[in-house]
Design a protein around this ligand. Structure first.
Ligand code: ASP
Length: 337
């Protein structure tokens, strides 16, 4: 089969242009984007392009956009050697995490990229990001795609899609993967860390169902009993993600722990995630061990994006409490490094 890539445009800074009247950046026509990268013709592969109907600032994306995007890739899966998705950077790590759980047994690459500067700007980072993403998507080993998973390429690095998080709105290196080493680096040579790549067997599965009853609550020293009780009482959610400190620690007031225990006894899944980008939840301290004893689920080394999207994926399965916990703790898409 001749090599072919489907390049999907969803929006983001990469394709934005300044609306002089409003002084704001807004998405522009995808045809203009292609005119900016004449090097696309140099690939020894067919590059077909498709744009979503209404390109978006990724901040305005909702989870139904993940489902539509996943469905588009699923419908075209057998017609292409790989997929490159142009996406805004703000929520790109959420989309890559979500798709990594929605697809199982991928045997082709789905590589997301975007840029910090619009493609028309002289110093844009878009051109390198797009061209290298395509090159990575075309890599082969023994006649098969080398990359078989959802990835994010940005600032010369290829990241696993469910291990990455955005840390800068200003630097060209906007993303980090706090626990999983980068899968590939683009210098003069493309250096791929093959031992880290996923190799999948079995037939492709795409699950388009997602639950959305997930609430994230960030711990800080000024939280009052009254405020926390109101949250526990009034917010209707099935998953409560507690953003704790450091290695998963929280303050130890009785009312806090008792309220969490009450939620857990009602069948709500309470998950502990660290506020530290480079922090793993590790029940080392008394102030974190107490949570484990109360039935909190540890997110280990998962990013917040992975925790939210994995929870949404599991909620759609309507699992019993024990099974939800077991599946949450299982390293299904290499999200736990
Ligand atoms: N707000 C833009 C977006 O996420 C930022 C970007 O693409 O860098 O769509």
């Amino acid at each position: 089969m001749e090599e072919s890539i489907l390049l999907i445009y969803t929006g983001g800074t990469i394709g934005m242009v300044l609306n002089e009247d409003l002084g704001l950046l807004e998405p522009f026509n995808f045809d203009n984007l292609l005119k900016q990268i004449p090097q696309l013709q140099k690939f020894d592969a067919h590059i077909n392009t498709i744009s979503v109907e209404v390109p978006k600032d990724s901040a305005t994306m909702r989870f139904k956009d993940w489902v539509e995007l996943g469905q588009l890739i699923f419908d075209n899966y057998y017609s292409y050697s790989g997929f490159v998705v142009l996406h805004g950077t703000d929520t790109m790590a959420y989309t890559t995490s979500a798709l990594s759980f929605m697809f199982s047994n991928l045997r082709k690459p789905i590589i997301f990229t975007g840029s910090q500067l619009p493609i028309g700007e002289v110093r844009t980072d878009a051109i390198e990001n797009v061209l290298t993403s395509i090159e990575l998507a075309l890599l082969k080993e023994k006649g098969r795609p080398l990359i078989n998973e959802v990835c994010l390429y940005f600032g010369n690095q290829l990241f696993r899609g469910n291990c990455v998080t955005k840390i800068s709105s200003e630097n060209f290196n906007a993303f980090v993967s706090p626990h999983c080493p980068v899968l590939a680096t683009s210098n003069i040579k493309l250096e791929v860390n093959k031992s880290l790549l996923m190799s999948n067997k079995g037939s492709l599965l795409f699950s388009s169902e997602l639950g959305s009853s997930v609430f994230v609550y960030k711990i800080h020293p000024a939280i009052s009993k009254d405020q926390f009780e109101k949250v526990c009482e009034f917010v209707k959610f099935k998953v409560l993600i507690i953003e704790s400190y450091g290695a998963g620690t929280v303050f130890l007031e009785n009312w806090f722990v008792k309220n969490l225990e009450m939620l857990i006894s009602k069948g709500i899944f309470v998950i502990n995630v660290s506020q530290c980008v480079f922090g793993k939840v590790d029940f080392l301290y008394e102030s974190s061990k107490v949570l484990l004893d109360s039935g909190l689920i540890s997110s280990g080394s998962m990013t917040l994006e992975a925790v939210i999207t994995k929870s949404m994926h599991l909620l759609a399965k309507n699992l019993k409490s024990k099974e939800f916990k077991t599946q949450f703790l299982t390293n299904t898409a290499k999200e736990l490094c």
